[in-house]
Design a protein around this ligand. Structure first.
Ligand SMILES: Cc1ncc(COP(=O)(O)O)c(C=O)c1O
Length: 391
């Protein structure tokens, strides 16, 4: 008898038309200019390789001393990171995970039963769909709208809360819009959460990557906290080491709720004990070395943004993060814009729909890719737009 699979994994995993178009171009030996590379380890940055690798030799890693929340020294290092963001976070309120993705999964299991709902901004980072499916959680989108900056549509957000809603996810600053949540927005979100008894999950992986933002980009770890709040982050972006699989969540809010949440999370974490000892022992060293890599990434982002400005590309202002949203001018709007671009020019961009952007003429590019490829890719794209407008 053939095996039976769960409904939650019945995704359409066939290759989409964009991947096919890229594959066809590569197979034909034609040039490709990939403007979507967001893996920092292949972007030509100079890592402090010796320091990063030496710390993996720590003899402490030969001892198995399981701690569901993670070893104290690593949690203290995370607490120190927040001190740098003017936030007092008790190491006891921090739980280490093997990525922010795992932190989300722990939180979904903590807060939701099968079929419960979590609200997430649209546009936003697309991995949430899979994370929610795997934990039988239903995602409901709440809209962000663009009008000289990005804004949360609070009226619509509140309308989308149902008796099954358990939490609101906020990515601060958001990917790919680069929108950083303001103090006033935070207060509105918190009062919504208090009124509807919801938890607030704040993803701050891009917190250290503000670019020319005029107001301070404050961590949600800074109190006071009026509702149960979880801040998730990790080394994928903070130290540009996604391969090390180091993340965490920090828990805030009214004392009783916070204690209950942490006790339950500890059991979830104890069930898996997924983070290996070498990574936990290395975390303080990796985190302490973040400045040099962050400076290089911020420089790259600034240079690539300057290219967009210098070449007169129409793009949405970026406050933070590693991405930019370009507005592609064309005579008629088309759903297969990214696919057409790669087929006709070899330039790879993400379709806006990948992130839930509503406009068909918007595409997303990474700002951390090599400067040479970025300049060549953007010039090619610009020429293609101009020739399309004139035909
Ligand atoms: C907003 C956001 N959160 C989380 C992640 C992934 O982080 P991790 O590698 O820790 O799972 C990403 C990766 O791009 C992201 O954009």
């Amino acid at each position: 008898m053939a095996s039976q699979f769960s409904k939650r994994t019945s995704w359409d995993i066939s290759e989409g038309p964009l991947a096919q178009a890229i594959g066809a171009r590569r197979a034909a030996g034609l040039k490709v200019l990939d403007l979507t590379i967001s893996n920092p380890t292949v972007c030509g940055f100079v890592y402090e390789s010796a320091a990063i690798l030496e710390t993996l030799q720590n003899p402490e890693s030969l001892i198995y001393d399981p701690n569901p929340k993670g070893i104290p020294a690593a949690r203290q290092a995370v607490s120190k990171y927040y001190k740098g963001h003017r936030a007092e976070v008790e190491p006891d309120d921090i739980l280490l995970t093997t990525s922010t993705s795992e932190a989300y999964s722990f939180l979904f299991r903590l807060l939701c039963d099968a079929g419960d709902e979590v609200l997430v901004a649209q546009p936003s980072y697309p991995l949430f769909d899979f994370l929610a499916d795997l934990d039988d959680v239903r995602l409901r989108a709440y809209p962000l709208f663009e009008d000289f900056g990005w804004w949360i549509d609070f009226a619509e957000l509140e309308r989308r809360i149902t008796p099954s809603t358990r939490a609101i996810i906020l990515v601060h600053p958001n990917n790919p819009t680069g929108h950083a949540t303001s103090r006033a927005e935070r207060e509105q979100l918190e009062s919504l959460c208090v009124r509807h008894k919801l938890a607030l999950i704040v993803d701050e992986v891009f917190l250290d990557y503000g670019i020319g933002i005029s107001r301070p980009m404050e961590s949600f770890a800074v109190g006071p906290h009026h509702c149960l709040t979880f801040v998730v982050s990790g080394l994928s972006k903070i130290t540009a080491l996604p391969q090390m699989k180091v993340g965490w969540l920090a828990c805030f809010g009214p004392a009783g709720e916070r204690a209950e949440a942490l006790a339950r999370l500890e059991v979830i974490a104890d069930t898996f004990l997924s983070m290996n000892a070498p990574a936990q022992n290395a975390l303080p060293v990796w985190l302490a070395g973040r400045e040099s890599i962050q400076r290089q990434i911020l420089d790259r982002v600034s240079v690539n943004l300057a290219t967009l400005r210098d070449l007169g590309v129409n793009f949405l202002e970026v406050e933070a993060g590693w991405s930019a949203i370009l507005r592609i001018s064309q005579r008629k709007s088309r759903v297969d814009l990214a696919e057409t671009i790669v087929r006709e020019t070899g330039v790879i961009v993400h379709p806006g729909s990948f992130y839930g952007l509503p406009e068909q003429h918007q595409v997303v590019v990474s700002l951390i890719g090599s400067q040479d490829t970025f300049v060549e890719g953007i010039k090619t794209l610009k020429k293609w737009c101009e020739s399309n407008e004139s035909t």
